[in-house]
Design a protein around this ligand. Sequence first.
Ligand code: UT7
Length: 324
Amino acid sequence: MKQILMTGVGAYLPEKILTNEELSTFLETSDDWIKQRTGIISRRKAHQEELTSDLAVNAANEALKCSKVSIADIDCIILATTTPDYTFPSTATIVQQKLGANNAFAFDVQAVCAGFVYALSVANGLMSTGQCRNTLVIGAETFTKLLDWNDRSTCVLFGDGAGAVVLQAEDSENGYGIIANTLHSDGRYKDLLYVDGGVSTTGTIGYVKMRGRDVFRHAVEKLASAMDEVLELANLTSDDIDWLVPHQANIRIINAMQKKLNLPDNKVIKTVSAHANTSAASIPLALASGVESGKIKPGHLLALEAIGGGLTWGASLVRYGRPG
Ligand code: UT7
């Protein structure tokens, strides 16, 4: 089996910052309520003409720079998104064209907020069996385009952005790279978090609908058990984790996971205050923030976890960077 190293990360956020204060000018909400219940202070919002593929390309270019891999060497692009540019072709192929990644095959993965851990796991499978050697895994969303701006229970929670990682297959055994993954879904929980439109139902795009309290309950329970599973698969314990890089939906969920894993503050990447919930982009955005700030260093053991509509959920353990 090959080792699948994570050799670069990159991020991109749209320019427009939308604060809680600004939301409270047209919604019955307050900075206090949003901060206390979610930890969110602001989020980014893409312009109407700014596409998910544009955000993805910017993040991918940063990840390529970080890993020093050239675009000609990328042979696979996997894009996790719930907010594609078009119904088809996949946004991944649009990103491929915009990057000029002519030696790659490209496809989208749809697992909503769990999309990045799903994409990472799919990439790991393809790369381990030698179907590709240098993969761009991207999480990119223009989630604010799916929101009903009259629904205070959902529209204050989400933001736009993109994050990307470069994965490289190596034949040597060095303990770096993707160590373990676990994925789950349970379609019986569809009505807890979904969009009420689509091609074969209403023929419209629809809006996000969520039973927040129920999703919260499932999140705490399912993320904890997914994390137990990957640690067991890897024969490691939470003491071995250098950084928890969780999906950034709600600071209370992140804090619950931190407590469950018994991790101090200086081992958890928290970006929810400035990014809000960016769905599939949230983990790679948090990863990029951790690397850029110098917190995450080569050799660090990263624990990633996410849950989203479906319900879908999963977790991964990755030793970041390359040895030496
Ligand atoms: O990424 C996918 C995974 N998604 C998640 O993990 C989200 C999980 N859920 C959550 O993060 C939380 O459940 C929310 C942040 C969505 C909601 O927080 P909560 O503490 O569960 O509040 P709640 O839904 O129980 O609502 C409490 C009250 C309600 O009023 P009543 O019924 O008590 O009178 C809501 O109507 O807060 C009200 N409310 C608001 N008030 C001010 C709901 N949204 C707002 C708002 N501003 N924006």
